[in-house]
Ligand binder design. Structure first.
Ligand SMILES: *Cc1c(COP(=O)(O)O)cnc(C)c1O
Length: 356
C-alpha cells in the first residue's frame, strides 16, 4: 500500500462490545444490526466476530444471502422486509425473517407460494412516522396475519425516535402498549440507546447497532465512556508534508484558516474522499504522534492540515489517528455537526482496511 491511510478494525473490540450488550440486556436475545455493510466496517470482514449473537439484522437481501453463503444458520431479520413481492422467493429459499410494515406486504405474503412459512416482525409505528402500522390498526393486521398460512412465528416490533434524548420513550411505549393490547407475542423494540438506557424496553429481542462498533447512540462519547465499549475502527494516516506559516498566512481552500503568529503545520494524507467530514471546523480533534491537536483549514479531497504546535517533535511520517481509540469518532462527528454513524458508514471504498 503506497498512500499511508488505513482503517484498522479491532475484532476483539467487536466481541467485547457484544458482551457489553449482553450484560446490559441479560434476559433478551440479540439481533446484531449489520446494515449498511456493518456500519461501514465490511459485513464479510466482521460478521464472524459477532458469531456469538442470536441473529443478524440488516436491510439488504444481498447482505442476508452473503451471510447464508458464509454458513450462518441462525436467524436473519430484514428490518424493512421485502421491497418487492418477487423477493419472497429468496426469503423462502434462505429462510429470512421479514418485517411487515405496509398493507401491500401483507397481501404479497398471503399470495406468495412458499415452501414453508416465514417468521414475521409486525412493525408498529411508535410515533416516529417512518415505517409501521398505526397502533389502532395493529390488532386487525395481527388477526389477518394469523389467518395466513405463509406466516410462521409472529413478533411485534417498533423503533424509537428519541431513546437517546431526555424525551425518552414514555410516549412511544404508551403507543406500543396500546397496539399490543390483547396480543400475546414476543416483542423487539430496543435500538442501542434503549438497550443501554431503557431496560423497560428490552423484552425478547434487542436490536443494537452502533454500540457494537464502539460508538455512542447519542453522538456523545462521554455518554458511553464508562460502559466498557471499545471503538472497533481506527482511521489512521501519516504526516506527508510540513509547512511553516508566517503570521497572517493561510491554509487550504478558501483560506479559511489564518495563522495569528508563526505556526508549524502538518499535512495529513486523509481527505473527504476518504470519508473524513469536509465540514470539520478548525480545532476538530486529531492525534499526531500520540499528541492531541486540531485540524486547521478546510478539509481537501485528499488531504487535511493539522496544527503541530503541541507536538514539535512530529515530522514527515509521524502517525496520525483521525479517529479510533484515543480520538473518538463521536467527538470528530460532533465537531463536524454530525454523528459517528455517518462517519463510520461513509468510510470510502478507496481506504484499505485491515483487521487486527
Ligand atoms: C438501525 C436500526 C437499529 C439499530 O440502531 P442503533 O441506533 O444503531 O442501535 C435498530 N432497529 C432498526 C429498525 C434500525 O433501522
Amino acid at each position: 500500500m503506497s498512500r499511508p491511510i488505513v482503517a484498522s478494525l479491532d475484532l476483539q473490540a467487536l466481541r467485547q462490545n457484544l458482551q457489553v450488550v449482553r450484560r446490559a440486556a441479560p434476559h433478551s436475545r440479540v439481533w446484531s444490526v449489520v446494515k449498511a455493510n456493518a456500519y461501514g466496517h465490511g459485513l464479510d470482514r466482521v460478521w464472524s466476530a459477532l458469531g456469538a449473537t442470536d441473529g443478524f439484522a440488516m436491510l439488504n437481501l444481498e447482505e442476508a444471502i452473503l451471510l447464508r453463503e458464509r454458513g450462518w444458520k441462525g436467524p436473519i431479520l430484514l428490518l424493512e422486509g421485502f421491497f418487492h413481492a418477487d423477493e419472497l422467493a429468496l426469503f423462502d429459499k434462505y429462510r429470512l425473517t421479514t418485517s411487515l410494515h405496509s398493507n401491500w406486504q401483507v397481501k404479497a405474503l398471503a399470495n406468495a407460494r412458499l415452501n414453508a412459512p416465514l417468521d414475521v416482525y409486525l412493525k408498529i409505528n411508535s410515533g416516529m412516522n417512518r415505517l409501521g402500522f398505526a397502533p389502532e390498526r395493529v390488532h386487525s393486521v395481527w388477526q389477518q396475519l394469523r389467518a395466513i398460512k405463509n406466516v410462521g412465528q409472529l413478533t411485534l416490533m417498533a423503533h424509537f425516535a428519541d431513546a437517546d434524548k431526555p424525551e425518552g420513550i414514555a410516549e412511544p411505549m404508551r403507543r406500543i402498549e396500546q397496539a399490543a393490547e390483547g396480543i400475546d407475542a414476543p416483542r423487539s423494540l430496543a435500538n442501542s440507546a434503549a438497550t443501554l438506557w431503557h431496560p423497560q424496553a428490552h423484552f425478547d429481542w434487542v436490536r443494537p447497532g452502533i454500540v457494537l462498533y464502539g460508538a455512542s447512540p447519542s453522538g456523545q462519547w462521554r455518554d458511553v465512556a464508562t460502559s466498557g465499549l471499545q471503538p472497533v475502527m481506527s482511521l489512521k494516516s501519516e504526516i506527508i508534508g510540513i509547512q511553516n506559516l508566517k503570521a497572517g498566512e493561510t491554509v487550504g481552500y478558501g483560506s479559511r484558516y489564518r495563522a495569528g503568529e508563526e505556526q508549524r503545520i502538518g499535512i495529513v494524507a486523509c481527505g473527504y474522499a476518504d470519508g473524513y467530514p469536509r465540514h470539520a471546523p478548525d480545532g476538530a480533534p486529531v492525534l499526531v504522534d500520540g499528541v492531541r491537536t486540531g485540524i486547521v483549514g478546510t478539509v481537501s479531497m485528499d488531504m487535511l492540515a493539522v496544527d503541530l504546535t503541541p507536538c514539535p517533535q512530529a515530522g514527515i511520517g509521524s502517525p496520525v489517528e483521525l479517529w479510533g481509540n484515543t480520538i473518538k469518532v463521536d467527538d470528530v462527528a460532533s465537531a463536524a455537526g454530525t454523528v459517528g454513524y455517518e462517519l463510520l458508514t461513509a468510510l470510502a471504498p478507496r481506504v484499505p482496511v485491515v483487521t487486527v
